[in-house]
Unconditional design. Sequence first.
Length: 139
Amino acid sequence: MEKTLSIVKPDGVQKHLIGEVIKRFEENGLKVVGLKMIYMDKKEAEGFYAVHRGKPFFESLTTFMSSGPAVVMVLEGKEAISKTRELMGATDPKQAKEGTLRRQYATNIERNIVHGSDAHETAAFEIKYFFNSLEMFEY
Ligand code: CMP
């Protein structure tokens, strides 16, 4: 079984999509094994998105991610990383497939309501960024 990290971003929380996002994941065989609401400050958002430091969207992205509460969760399942990404759809909602979360609910490429780790190494880093072993459960 694989684990991945997902975030209902501040725009997703403002749009009351916490339940919708979790429902979509659960209905598609992903198990929520860790879950919490957080409010990142700018430094925490910069640390989380450190791989994007230097990119043109870094400043705006980290300001947005620290603009309100978000919900972080650890998802577990068979091919959890790729399954989560498939359910979210492409980063840019204009490119996202019909029926995906971002196609349905995202405003634009930045305010795209949900995040999911893109590879094994990033999933390991991102899970550890928000969760310790006592905050994840087997059931
Ligand atoms: P996410 O999957 O959280 O990973 C990085 C985030 O940067 C991405 O979703 C978007 O919210 C944001 N972003 C803004 N502009 C771009 C861009 N041009 N390319 C990729 N990501 C972008």
